[in-house]
Design a binder for this molecule. Structure first.
Ligand SMILES: O=C(O)CCC(=O)C(=O)O
Length: 258
């Protein structure tokens, strides 16, 4: 074991998520935060977030108009601070403990929920966004700000990763929508909130059902999601399909020679 205890690995295997405190110290988080301010100004896309009728379940019509989510992919492509973050020894060590194998870095995505109405996320698995043959895929959620229930921290359905890939809603009224689960069957109100402090990382299986409430505070809630997989877990669809990632622990084998 590199970073985690056996109890932490067991808890992750049971629940499908795990909060690890203080992966990044205050000084590092301050640098990440400053760098994110620059990235958001120079490169991020400002928008309303995921669209679709599900929004009516979580926001009034007026809130829906104001709701804001800033996004940016591939942060290490813009900033050495975030290259260091996604290859950090403690972080990658924890992922290696959870995957129990070599580790391939796959992608990074910033989700910044704006103040006084940051867009919520309906319940979903991340599987449909970057499907692979097997379950060996972990998302690490790097908290740049404290995340609370008031500003829209992550919420999980404990143990839901054991259900395997689920059918998601992908089209509504003949329009494509981001894959999500039916809001009446999978309610945010039934999910377990996992508040976390800046510097903490929450790990989840890409099969764990999760979502988050709106940010109704007057500050940003910024979270950087980083995906890692077993290098032998072959991608079958979604973003970055066919892209060779970075091997951050161990090795990727050519099975013809293994
Ligand atoms: O940023 C959030 O609150 C939700 C993130 C999420 O659902 C995801 O990264 O898949």
């Amino acid at each position: 074991m590199e970073t985690l205890t056996q109890d932490q690995v067991d808890a992750f295997n049971e629940l499908g998520y795990l909060r690890l405190e203080n992966v990044f110290d205050a000084e590092t988080v301050a640098r990440q935060s400053e760098e994110l301010e620059r990235l958001m100004q120079e490169w991020a896309t400002q928008g309303p977030g995921w669209k679709g009728p599900w929004r009516q379940a979580y926001m009034t019509a007026e809130e829906d108009q104001r709701a804001r989510l800033d996004i940016l992919g591939d942060l290490p492509g813009y900033s050495a601070e975030f290259f260091r973050a996604v290859t950090d020894d403690k972080l990658v060590g924890a992922v290696a403990d959870l995957l129990g194998t070599s580790v391939e870095y796959h992608h990074t995505m910033l989700h910044a929920k704006g103040p006084e109405m940051g867009t919520p996320f309906p319940m979903h698995q991340d599987y449909p966004f970057y499907a692979h043959e097997g379950p060996a895929y972990i998302d690490a959620l790097l908290h740049i700000d404290d995340a609370t229930e008031a500003n829209g921290c992550l919420k999980f359905l404990p143990g839901s990763h054991k259900l395997g890939p689920l059918q998601h809603i992908g089209r509504v009224d003949s329009k494509d929508t981001r894959p999500h689960l039916p809001v009446d069957e999978y309610r945010l109100a039934d999910a377990t909130p996992v508040p976390a402090n800046a510097g903490d990382v929450v790990f989840m299986s890409y099969l764990t059902i999760h979502g988050s409430d709106p940010n109704r505070t007057n500050g940003w809630r910024r979270l950087v999601r980083t995906g890692y997989r077993d290098p032998q877990n072959v991608q079958t669809g979604g973003h970055n399909t066919g892209v060779n990632g970075l091997i951050v622990r161990g090795k990727k084998r050519n099975l013809a020679f293994a």
